[in-house]
Write a new protein. Structure first.
Length: 331
C-alpha cells in the first residue's frame, strides 16, 4: 500500500495524532514521516493543529475538527479557562472579557475564530466557537449588538399571535342556536376584543421599533482638535530613544500621558521593528501590560513598554509567566 494512503487510513481510525505514532505505524524514521505529513498537509489532505503535545502539533483529517476537544486538557490554565468560556457561550465579544482572556483567545487558534463585525460606525472583534456555523454566529451576534430590536421582534410575534384565540372563540359561538344565549355571549365577545385591542394599542408605545441609538439625529462632525500631550513626558521618551539610537517610524497620541510608537531598534543581528507603548503612570498593573501585549500581537510585533512607574507585584509575575516577548523599561 502507498505510504501516503497508509498514513491517511491510520489518522482516519486514530483521529488527531502526533508524528511519532504515525512513524511507528508506517515503520519510518521521524524525518521521513515529517516529510510525508508535510506533503499531505500542503495538498490539504491533513490539517496541522496549533495546539501541541510537547513539541509536536497534531495531524488530523478534514471533518475530525470536533475531536480536537479531546486535547483541551493540554492547554495551560489561562487558555483552558478562556476555552471553557467560549465553548459555553459560543460567541464572545472581545471588548467585554478580561484582558488576560483576550490574550488567551488569540492563543486558541484551533478553537477561537476571530470575526470583525462592523456596526454603529465602528468595528469590533467577536470570537466564534470553531464548530458554530456562520449562520448561527450571525444570529447570536445580532442579539448581542442589537438586543432591543431582537426583543421587539419577539414581542411583536407574540402580539400577532394574540388574535388567534379570538377566532377559536367565535366559531363555537356562531353555532349556538338560541337567540337568547347568543345575545348574552356577544357582549362578552366584544368586550374581550376591545380589551385585547386596547392592549395592542398600548404595548407599541412601550416598545421602541428600533434601538434608541438609531433614532438619534445625526450629529454634525465636530472639528478635530489636536489632543493635549504631556510635553515633559514626551521629551523623556524622545531622550530615551535618542540615547539608545532608536528610530521612530510612527507615532500616535492616545491620551495626554499615553503614546503609541512603531520603532526600529538597532541590534547585533540588524534592526528590529517593535511596537512601543509609552505611559506616564506611577504603578503599572497587569491590565496595562495585557492591553499593550494585545496591541503588539495584533500588529505581529514584539512589545516595548516605557513608563516612569514600577510594576505591581501581580504585573511583575504576569510579565514573567504570560507576556513572552514583552520588555518593560523604566525611564
Amino acid at each position: 500500500m502507498d505510504t501516503h494512503q497508509q498514513i491517511l487510513d491510520f489518522i482516519r481510525i486514530k483521529g488527531p495524532t502526533v508524528p511519532t505514532l504515525v512513524a511507528k505505524h508506517i515503520s519510518k524514521d521521524s524525518l521521513m514521516t515529517s516529510a510525508y505529513l508535510s506533503e499531505l498537509s500542503s495538498k490539504g489532505k491533513v490539517i496541522v493543529s496549533k495546539i501541541r503535545l510537547g513539541q509536536s502539533p497534531l495531524y488530523y483529517l478534514p471533518g475530525q475538527e470536533s475531536r480536537l476537544q479531546d486535547f483541551s486538557s493540554k492547554l495551560n490554565e489561562k487558555d483552558l479557562q478562556a476555552y471553557n468560556i467560549l465553548k459555553d457561550r459560543k460567541i464572545v465579544k472581545d471588548s467585554e472579557i478580561e484582558p488576560l482572556y483576550r490574550v488567551a483567545m488569540r492563543n486558541l487558534r484551533d478553537f477561537a475564530m476571530p470575526l470583525n463585525v462592523s456596526y454603529d460606525g465602528k468595528t469590533e472583534i467577536f470570537w466564534k466557537w470553531y464548530l458554530l456555523s456562520n449562520q448561527e454566529a450571525e444570529k447570536m451576534i445580532k442579539q448581542i449588538v442589537d438586543p432591543v430590536a431582537e426583543k421587539t421582534e419577539e414581542v411583536q410575534n407574540k402580539l400577532e399571535g394574540a388574535e388567534k384565540p379570538l377566532e377559536k372563540i367565535e366559531e363555537p359561538l356562531d353555532e349556538l342556536k338560541p337567540e337568547k344565549v347568543r345575545e348574552e355571549i356577544n357582549p362578552v365577545k366584544e368586550d374581550k376584543k376591545e380589551q385585547i385591542q386596547n392592549k395592542l394599542e398600548e404595548l407599541p408605545k412601550k416598545i421602541p421599533a428600533k434601538p434608541e441609538t438609531l433614532q438619534k439625529p445625526i450629529e454634525t462632525k465636530k472639528e478635530n482638535k489636536p489632543k493635549p500631550v504631556d510635553l515633559d513626558f514626551l521629551k523623556e521618551v524622545e531622550d530615551y530613544f535618542q540615547a539608545n539610537k532608536i528610530e521612530v517610524l510612527e507615532k500616535e497620541l492616545i491620551r495626554k500621558t499615553e503614546i503609541d510608537f512603531k520603532i526600529r531598534i538597532p541590534s547585533s543581528v540588524g534592526s528590529l521593528t517593535y511596537y512601543c507603548k509609552a505611559k506616564s503612570k506611577l504603578k503599572l498593573n497587569d491590565g496595562d501590560l495585557s492591553s499593550a501585549f494585545i496591541q503588539a500581537q495584533s500588529k505581529k510585533l514584539p512589545c516595548l513598554f516605557l513608563s516612569k512607574g514600577d510594576l505591581t507585584k501581580r504585573a511583575a509575575e504576569m510579565l514573567d509567566k504570560e507576556f513572552s516577548g514583552m520588555h518593560v523599561k523604566k525611564i
